[in-house]
Ligand binder design. Structure first.
Ligand SMILES: NC(=O)c1ccc[n+]([C@@H]2O[C@H](COP(=O)([O-])OP(=O)(O)OC[C@H]3O[C@@H](n4cnc5c(N)ncnc54)[C@H](O)[C@@H]3O)[C@@H](O)[C@H]2O)c1
Ligand SMILES: [Zn+2]
Ligand SMILES: [Zn+2]
Length: 356
């Protein structure tokens, strides 16, 4: 199979294979149609997110179930699915409480369902969707309405679930509350959209790239600026109820705290290099301000993904507009350059070429 593999070098290979012919008990085999390029994949390449090699990259994918293993009843061959990175165990206390992002079994499992050139290979984030077929736990495949094209469905798998979940599940933004979003790539634009859906008050998008203004406003930002230092001058002398940091930079985290109103809340979505520390003046948090981490939109995938699909189908969630370009998998180099040069809301890779 064709696949995008990180071995210490980025390689488009045609010798990626699945180790088993059939999915095992509790597993499903999925043909990947389209997969979004999230910054977290890029973070593997530049060492920001250390990951063992060889690894098949990609963790934002959608496709068709080809086969299911013993005991799988929730999905069947032919179903269209969005894949999620979690694959929570379903049996621990966290799963019992309905908090799958807290399930310890979702992190550090490091499955190796592939071989690359005969050598066992990992799947990034329990998925590895930048190849034609992958095997995942059944709970990682969420059945979706077949009217949703794969090239937009895939985005739900990470960027959209993360950004919208940060607003709706983690921060629980209420009508009228003010929101600042720092960094409006795939994650930040999804934050902006969810703020609009939640009937937030003014939503200010901040991005160092002025070309991001049009998309930010299209998704629901009421204001846009490239100048973080003067955001409060836009009419927020006391700061914001919610700030979302969607870049992963310590200086931006510190600046974000300076943007909080009394009682305000900062959600950290950006992922800086492992071990990064951020400094801030402790007293700045005194007036009931808070800082929250947020993993994967604190999502419950089997609740949130169908909800988001519904929002797409009724026009509230703009996914077609999020896709700037679809590239053939072999053109991933161009997609990475375009992402780096700020040309993309989201780039999508055609993993399995579509027949015309
Ligand atoms: N918490 C999670 O579960 C989770 C999930 C997915 C992605 N992420 C992380 O979220 C971050 C964003 O991912 P993405 O896919 O949206 O990336 P992206 O590359 O699509 O977007 C990043 C945006 O930040 C802007 N930016 C960069 N430096 C800036 C600065 N100094 N000031 C203002 N804007 C700046 C860029 O212009 C771009 O628009 C990454 O760190 C990624 O690893 C976290
Ligand atoms: Zn991601
Ligand atoms: Zn669990």
């Amino acid at each position: 199979m064709r696949g995008l593999v990180w071995t210490g070098e980025l390689e488009v290979r045609d010798d990626v294979e699945l180790r088993a012919d059939e999915p095992g008990a509790g597993e499903v085999l999925v043909r990947i149609e389209r997969a979004g390029l999230c910054h977290s994949d890029v973070s593997v390449l530049d060492g920001t997110i250390p990951f063992p090699t060889p690894v098949v990259l990609g963790h934002e994918g959608a496709g068709v179930v080809e086969a299911v293993g013993a005991g799988v009843t929730k999905v069947k061959a032919g179903d269209h699915v969005v894949l999620t990175t979690l694959g929570n165990c379903g049996q621990c206390d966290a799963c019992d409480r309905g908090e799958p992002t807290h399930c310890r079994d979702t992190f550090g499992r490091l499955p190796r369902p592939f071989t690359v050139g005969g050598e066992k290979a990992f799947q990034f984030a329990n998925l590895g969707v930048f190849t034609e077929r992958t095997v995942v736990r059944a709970s990682q495949a969420v059945v979706i309405d077949e009217r949703v094209p794969f090239e937009v469905a895939c985005l739900i798998g990470c960027g959209v679930v993360t950004g919208t979940g940060a607003v709706l599940n983690r921060a629980k933004v209420r009508p009228g509350e003010t929101v600042a979003v720092i960094g409006v790539g795939g994650i930040g634009l999804s934050v902006v959209q969810a703020a609009r859906i939640a009937a937030a008050g003014r939503v200010v998008a901040i991005d160092s790239n002025p070309a991001k203004e049009a998309a930010a406003r299209q998704m629901g930002a009421t204001d846009f600026t490239t100048d973080l230092d003067s955001v409060k001058d836009l009419g927020f002398p006391n700061g914001f109820d919610h700030v979302f940091e969607c870049v992963g930079h310590p200086a931006l985290i510190r600046a974000s705290i300076g943007l909080l109103d009394w009682g305000g809340n900062l959600v950290l979505l950006g992922v800086p290099k492992l071990g990064t520390e951020a400094a801030f003046v402790v007293n700045d948090l005194y007036n009931d301000k808070s800082i929250m981490g947020c993993r994967y939109g604190t999502t419950r995938p089997h609740h949130d993904i169908p909800l988001l699909v519904g929002f797409y189908l009724d026009g509230r969630l703009k996914l077609d507009e999020m896709v700037s370009q679809v590239y053939d998998l072999a053109d991933v180099g161009t997609a990475l350059d375009d992402l780096k040069n700020g040309k993309l809301n989201r780039g999508v890779l055609a993993v399995t070429p579509q027949e015309n």
